[in-house]
Design a protein around this ligand. Structure first.
Ligand code: AMP
Ligand code: MG
Length: 509
């Protein structure tokens, strides 16, 4: 039986399984004290389970009924420790906005344990916002409800868009006051990932000149997460090459759904190539190639069109930090490292073109395709047309038609440029004998109808802050099927109303 099938069978067999019954392991803890600090969650007043994600729960063999067990809420809130858990905050550092910061670490996230997955592999459970750790510096170890809802919703939305990401198991709200610009309340998200190791976990030991610490960490990551590379004589080279490729493909995924991360510091980069640490991120509404979603990013270092370049800069920092693993002779190590980094550009170039091509419904590769794609993006940019809606509507174009593409051009603000483009686009479709219906179906499977627009998240947050958390479930259900027409939810596919176009999102969380 395959993974999901086996998982379903186990769930049927054990409908009363609770979080407390799951088999735990502690491979990260076993790395030793130099990699983490032991911690305990702080208590949370008036904790309430605002959402339980049955979809993520199934990954660890947890049935929906598990959320009814009062002990589940206690653990997810940090009001009780999971028996057998080994709570720890991990040590890392990173480059923030290009500047080296020698020590960061989990200042408000705690690893509970890894849980074996019925489908194979394992998932680490991490509580974000459960209180201070030795790495909190002067901060409170908490996360506000607003930012927790944003992380909870978006990580799941990304997953259902097919983009690698951390997952989220539960969202707990509370009456615990937290001071930010104003007084807010604390929340705790339980995140799940096979590993939360970041590029910064390696950087910290490289720059501290503790190079002996690099190998055990790299071996831990490879053994558990890249087992197919373990026996290779060039293990570290093969592993870093794959991290470069995964990061490149992640960037291609972000670019082609119009997602801006906002804080691509090396401490927010996952060694597994997952989208990690959702802060002031945003899906673009109107397309602007230099869009900056984080209003603290004054120089636009992490603007939309910079993301692929920054991805390369970040993998370069990782490769630099792991040079001691590549060769004992520093010059030879640099040579190998330079060769490894070439994988990034190759993987990005291939993947992004293939994704854009799929978005405009091209089956075959032909000369001029990239120009056709770039012309479309340019005219979206010129009119600041809605990114998601524009691509979604393209599937309505018929290859044999002539003249303006009614029903599509209304979405586009640079209409004359669009009319000219459509002529060339139709000719290109005819050249590969494209079938309208088949193409529309394929395009609608890659161009989402629904994304987590800022104004949708904002509306959900405002309602939850006023005590009504029902919109969280509503959005979770909607965004679990982003490619499906959901006629009852048509309004969620609309552009933001004018007053909500410029919601600005800060780093404060
Ligand atoms: P972030 O901007 O969320 O990626 O966080 C950058 C660093 O600051 C990480 O080391 C976080 O753990 C830490 N941090 C952010 N917010 C808090 C907080 N409220 N309490 C403690 N540490 C925090
Ligand atoms: Mg972070």
């Amino acid at each position: 039986m395959n993974g999901p099938g086996r998982r379903r069978a186990i769930l049927r067999a054990m409908p009363n399984l609770s979080l407390h019954d799951l088999p735990l392991d502690h491979a990260y803890a076993a790395l030793g004290d130099s990699y983490h600090a032991r911690v305990h969650p702080a208590s949370l007043s008036d904790a309430r389970l605002l959402h339980f994600n049955a979809d993520a729960a199934a990954l660890i063999g947890l049935p929906p009924a598990a959320a009814q067990d009062p002990r589940f809420l206690d653990v997810m809130a940090g009001n009780a420790e999971l028996p057998g858990g080994d709570y720890l905050a991990s040590l890392y550092a990173g480059h923030q906005f290009g500047q080296w910061v020698p020590q960061l670490g989990d200042g408000r996230a705690m690893l509970v344990a890894a849980v074996g997955s019925p489908g194979g592999g394992s998932w680490e459970l991490q509580l974000k916002g459960a209180g201070q750790t030795p790495f909190s510096r002067f901060a409170d170890g908490r996360a506000v409800l607003r930012s927790s809802i944003r992380e909870y919703l978006c990580s799941e939305a990304m997953h259902h868009l097919g983009i690698p990401t951390t997952r989220a198991l539960s969202l707990v709200g509370s009456a615990e006051p937290v001071r930010r610009e104003t007084l807010e309340t604390a929340a705790v998200v339980c995140r799940m990932a096979p590993s939360f190791v970041r590029f910064g976990h390696f950087e910290v030991f490289y720059y501290r000149n503790q190079h002996d610490q690099l190998r055990p960490l790299a071996d831990h990551v490879i053994q558990r997460h890249f087992p197919q590379l373990w026996d290779r004589p060039d293990r570290y080279r093969a592993w870093l090459t794959e991290v470069c490729e995964r990061t490149a493909r992640l960037m291609a995924g972000w670019q082609t759904v119009g997602f801006c991360h906002g804080v691509m510091n090396t401490d927010n980069m996952s060694i597994l190539g997952l989208t990690l640490d959702y802060g002031p991120y945003g899906f673009m509404d109107g397309f602007e190639s230099g869009h900056i979603c984080n209003h603290s990013d004054e120089g636009g270092r992490y603007a939309y069109d910079q993301q692929p370049r920054i991805g390369h800069w970040n993998v370069s920092r990782l490769v630099q930090a792991t040079l001691p693993l590549l060769h004992e002779d520093p010059e030879a190590a640099v040579e190998i490292g330079t060769a490894i980094l070439e994988a990034y550009g190759l993987a990005y170039g291939q993947d992004v073109v293939q994704r854009w091509r799929a978005k405009i419904g091209l089956r075959e590769h032909r000369d001029g395709d990239e120009q056709l794609i770039n012309r479309f993006l340019t005219l979206l940019h010129q009119g600041r047309s809605d990114f998601t809606r524009s691509f979604r509507h393209l599937s309505r174009i018929r290859a044999a038609d002539t003249g303006p593409a009614t029903g599509v051009r209304e979405e586009i603000l640079a209409q004359e440029a669009f009319d000219a483009w459509v002529e060339d686009y139709r000719a290109r479709l005819r050249a590969e004998g494209s079938d309208d219906a088949a193409r529309a179906a394929a395009m609608n499977a890659v161009n989402p109808k629904y994304v987590l627009r800022n104004h949708l998240a904002q509306h959900c947050i405002e309602r939850a802050e006023a005590g009504d958390s029902s919109e969280i479930g509503r959005l979770m259900d909607l965004l679990a099927r982003p490619f499906d027409e959901q006629p009852e939810s048509e309004a969620y596919a609309a552009e933001p109303p004018p007053e909500a176009r410029h919601i600005s999102v800060s780093c404060s969380s």
